[in-house]
Design a protein around this ligand. Structure first.
Ligand SMILES: [Zn+2]
Length: 237
């Protein structure tokens, strides 16, 4: 292998390594995972809001039930007095009976309110149940997306390791001086830092090589490197 072959191999592995890094940075598997995480986040905030709503309904239910209980306790108390032995006059008995009669419709109203709260609770519980199921499905989707992403990343990381090992092996055949020139130019020319000579000019640039220069390169020994005076790339003869 000539220096040129080794340098072309280095360039080839560098290009492949860049492609792998680009793939690693733009994996659709990562986008899938991010979408699953975002969806899960939406489900969770929906669930949080609904849980608050459910708590509020819980409080209303307890309050309504306590109101019913208070009225029932008052009615019990009045009934005990009415049928007890402490009544002093028919007038007092009448007054007690009147209060009981006033409390009955109040009790009905309050019991109606308890039922109304229950009716509001039912659909909220149904929606909560649906969100719980969606959250569970979301967790599964996240776990699966993470597994797929990990496997893809591991595969590419392994590929990259192999590429870098081959790159190092090829670079060992290139002098430090040439390597430095290549490394410096690569930032500018990327995968076409080292280009071939097509017999009439540099394959890397659109400018025509001056005839004198073409003649010079033509007479170089095969396997030598030279600079393109037009674009600055390394031209392999
Ligand atoms: Zn050129």
């Amino acid at each position: 292998m000539s220096v040129v072959d080794d340098l072309l191999a280095v360039q080839h592995e560098d290009t492949t390594a860049d492609q792998i890094r680009h793939r690693l940075a733009n994996l659709p598997e990562r986008a899938t995972l991010e979408a699953a995480l975002a969806e899960r986040e939406t489900t969770e905030s929906g669930r949080d809001a609904l849980r608050l709503e459910r708590l509020e309904l819980d409080r209303r239910q307890k309050r309504a039930e306590a109101d019913v209980e208070a009225v029932l306790a008052r009615i019990r108390e009045l009934n005990e007095r009415l049928y007890g032995s402490g009544i002093s006059s028919p007038k007092e008995a009448r007054e007690i009976q009147e209060e009981i009669d006033r409390l009955k419709p109040r009790q009905d109203d309050l019991e109606e309110r308890v039922l109304e709260v229950f009716e509001e609770i039912d659909p909220v519980d149904a929606r909560l149940g649906a969100l719980d199921a969606r959250a569970e499905a979301g967790d599964e989707a996240i776990a699966e997306a993470q597994t797929v992403l990990n496997a893809t990343e591991a595969g590419l990381a392994e590929d990259l390791t192999g590429v870098l090992e081959r790159r190092d092996a090829a670079a060992a055949g290139v002098s430090v001086d040439v390597r430095d020139r290549y490394d410096r130019l690569r930032g500018m020319f990327g995968s076409s830092t080292v280009v071939g000579f097509d017999g009439s000019g540099c394959r890397g640039c659109p400018s025509a090589m001056p005839a004198v220069e073409v003649d010079r390169v033509k007479h170089l020994e095969a396997g030598t490197l030279t600079d393109c005076t037009e674009c600055g790339r390394l031209v392999a003869r």
